[in-house]
Design a protein around this ligand. Structure first.
Ligand code: AMP
Length: 210
């Protein structure tokens, strides 16, 4: 199954992608995580992406298309994959089509902007493996330590309120048109994001079966 998770930053794409990839046995591919890793390692790509990410803007399409081309060519993607946070522009979606990537379903995870503002203030991520947590909705077992790899949990720089507002604006302007793009192709399913993570997963899995 080749899936795309669409939705605003903080809608729960990463959290749901982690759960669903374990259930379906296919990798979750997050361009955000790949970019953060590149920034951490100080690679050329990381240096190019950093200022865009810190300001809440989207990284240029050519960088993203290069990342995704390389990642989808890895052997673990042969049985399927979940794209989390990509495509984020019509140009990226068109590039996927041009690459001949066949998408089965696109899930639009819908959450209101006010809820997102509240959620992102409590988000913590593992600085080692990228797993995400929430102080209230998904606390780690040990404070400030990752359940998966024991890495330190940190606040993402771009989760600060002013940056979140810019990321939401970028989402509405550049990414939301993809909802219509995939609806026209008959691939869109809409899932209302719930406060409870397991409730959202249940709705998501049901939508994938339909
Ligand atoms: P995320 O973790 O998905 O919220 O991504 C964090 C940041 O990485 C975004 O705010 C963008 O600056 C950048 N980014 C991640 N994925 C993409 C993408 N597909 N297109 C453009 N920028 C992206």
């Amino acid at each position: 199954m080749n899936l795309i998770l669409l939705g605003a930053p903080g809608a729960g794409k990463g959290t749901q992608a982690e759960i669903v990839c374990d259930k379906l046995g296919i990798p979750a591919i997050s361009t955000g995580n790949i970019l953060r890793e590149a920034v951490k390692n100080g690679t050329e790509m990381g240096l190019k992406a950093k200022s865009f990410m810190d300001s809440g803007a989207l990284v240029p399409d050519d960088v993203i298309i290069g990342i995704i081309k390389e990642r989808l060519a890895q052997p673990d993607c042969s049985k399927g994959f979940i794209l989390d946070g990509v495509p984020r522009t019509v140009a990226q979606a068109e590039a996927l089509e041009e690459m001949g990537v066949d998408i089965d379903k696109v899930v639009d995870l819908e959450v209101a902007d006010e809820v997102i503002m509240r959620r992102l203030s409590g988000r913590r991520v593992c600085s080692a493996c990228g797993a995400s947590y929430h102080l209230e909705f998904k606390p780690s077992r040990e404070p400030d330590r990752c359940d998966r790899c024991s890495g330190p949990l940190i606040v993402r720089k771009d989760d600060e309120p002013a940056t979140v507002r810019d990321r939401l604006a970028a989402y509405h302007e550049q990414t939301e048109p993809l909802v219509e793009f995939y609806r026209q192709r008959g691939k869109l399913v809409v899932v209302e994001g719930q406060d409870n993570i397991a409730d959202t997963t249940a709705l998501l899995l049901k939508a994938l079966e339909a």
